[in-house]
Design a protein around this ligand. Structure first.
Ligand SMILES: CC(C)(COP(=O)(O)OP(=O)(O)OC[C@H]1O[C@@H](n2cnc3c(N)ncnc32)[C@H](O)[C@@H]1OP(=O)(O)O)[C@@H](O)C(=O)NCCC(=O)NCCS
Length: 217
């Protein structure tokens, strides 16, 4: 049976996730892509040829089952949008680009709503939480644990035994050495090298990564 699927967020990531869905459909996934839900754009406008259907709250009025991908890069915004969706008829599938190397069967897990973009590489004994974004070309080594609502941006490299806590954001091309960790809702700047434990609610940049900002918890 064909099931409807929509994307929340019609920005750059939303357009990429639309493309991912269309590629999965071409490869045989039983979905029909119906369009975007986005608070900023007017209903009836089009993004890459697909319609904007309404604000996020409109999802709560859906009367039929609908699969939803939340395509918002910022972890805190993604969490806040998820918390506004209350409709039990909706489900949040894991979407994995066909080019992903998914590592050892049965030893890589991904929680509901997680999105894996093109050319990511997983190895073995990897646990990915709910509503995680693994962006293009991310490398994930053995025994890595990624918390819910985390974003790992393009080309980031996580060596073995890396731990990313809930809501962390790993910037483009950052590298984390074996055993490195990032605290809850912390941000790692693009190109940083994380060599130890970065605490909760802060921003760290550079090689090696040093904390430059702390946010209120
Ligand atoms: C780290 C980051 C979040 C900081 O953003 P911010 O909080 O707005 O901070 P600012 O731009 O005010 O920069 C603060 C300082 O850090 C420096 N800095 C910022 N990003 C840096 C980075 N990635 N590496 C090294 N230094 C960096 C700035 O030059 C500035 O230095 P100064 O105080 O000496 O002038 C941001 O620069 C970044 O790297 N984001 C990652 C974005 C990304 O990967 N997006 C993926 C999209 S697909």
């Amino acid at each position: 049976m064909i099931k409807r699927i929509a994307v929340v967020g019609a920005g750059g990531l939303g357009r990429e996730i639309r493309l991912l869905i269309l590629e999965l459909i071409s490869a045989g996934a039983p979905w029909e892509f119906i369009g975007f839900f986005d608070d900023q754009l007017s209903v009836g406008s089009e993004v890459n040829g697909s319609p904007v259907l309404g604000r996020v709250e409109l999802l709560n009025e859906e009367k039929k089952p609908l699969s939803v991908a939340i395509a918002i890069g910022d972890p805190q915004t993604r969490l806040a949008v998820y918390q506004r969706i209350k409709n039990p008829l909706l489900d949040f599938p894991v979407l994995i680009h066909p080019s992903t190397y998914l590592g050892e069967k049965g030893r890589v897990s991904l929680g509901e709503g997680s999105l894996v973009a093109a050319a990511a590489v997983f190895t073995t004994d990897i646990s990915i939480g709910r509503f995680v974004l693994i962006n293009n070309g991310v490398l994930l080594g053995h025994d890595t644990v990624v918390g819910d609502f985390t974003s790992v941006m393009p080309g980031a490299r996580l060596s073995g035994h890396v731990k990313l806590s809930e809501g962390s954001f790993i910037g483009t091309g950052a590298s984390l050495i074996n055993g490195a960790s990032v605290g809850r809702f912390s941000t790692i700047g693009a190109g940083a090298a994380v060599i130890d434990a970065i605490p909760d609610f802060c921003t760290a940049v550079g090689v090696p990564a040093k904390v430059i900002k702390k946010q209120a918890e």
